[in-house]
Design a protein around this ligand. Sequence first.
Ligand code: UT7
Length: 320
Amino acid sequence: MPATRPGATGAVISGWGTALPEKVVTNHDLEKTLDTSDEWIVARTGISERRIGGSTASLSVESGRAAMEMAGLTPERIDALVVATTTPDRQWGTAPIIQRDLGLSCGAFELNAACSGFVYGLVNAHGLIAMGAERVLLIGTDTLSRITDWNDRGTAPLFADGSGAVVLESTPHGSQLLGWDFDADGSASELLWAEVGGTVNMDGKEVFRRAVRIMVDSAEKSMRHAGVTGDDISMIVPHQANIRIIQAACERLDVPLERASVVIDRTGNTSSASIPLALAAALEDGRIDHGDLVLLVGFGGGMTAASAVLRWGGEKGASA
Ligand code: UT7
């Protein structure tokens, strides 16, 4: 889809924050309970260690508070809270707990689009601002360790816990969002799913094959809507599921791997948190400058995919 409708108010990210549980679980730790090895996990996934622990609400409060602090905003100034998660602490009502614990007084809801959830949330947050909200807090959090079968070597080495948040604020200048895409392929829903109250089921090989295709398709649509090519992208922030998926997607998109933000080695796959964690890492390492084009792209169970092209800091001087 094209970015913002002409005349609609645009948005920029004005703060971000992250939260990871303290407990580190290394591949060597997993070797003690699973028929696996550090060598296999690193070679096949790119993961060396992951963080496990906390609740979706507690991690969200930590990352959300950090994002508000960076944006210089007190809680009453936030107009809406969107929490992307596949692992709410309760069947319903997790976002309101986060709203309460952050001291917010705005509406709050959860959004579940599996590992694409953060990008779905990002586009929805722009939509809320186009409809009159001034400031939106978007948090992507997952505690996948709670829905992982720790006896299954096909999934246990992959999944982990974490949270990342951004504050979006309306801008009188042009929006940062230049193009976006949402995709879903329900015919692939049996490849990666979890029953309510159950653990993750995954056909890893087939998910891998389709993941590259659905990510690349979505990213190409967003870039087309934004009128840019892979050459123009300064930083790609992909879902962190497998380093080999990231490599294959970058290759097909003509974006050198050096321009990708990668945190999977130390975080594992944190689903809705993986893109904001990778975005924050790139920002903290000074790898994104004002005016850079940033491509966010996620895919996940369902299967879903979503992507967005952002002009970091917004289109200065352009009218909204
Ligand atoms: O958010 C989205 C979440 N999911 C994904 O993105 C998953 C996408 N898929 C993948 O990342 C990969 O398919 C996996 C990492 C899950 C598996 O890697 P693979 O290269 O596709 O391995 P494979 O399933 O083809 O298995 C290769 C071999 C098999 O042994 P044989 O049949 O060749 O003797 C497996 O039994 O590796 C074996 N194997 C393991 N060995 C050690 C499978 N899991 C493990 C393990 N440790 N943990």
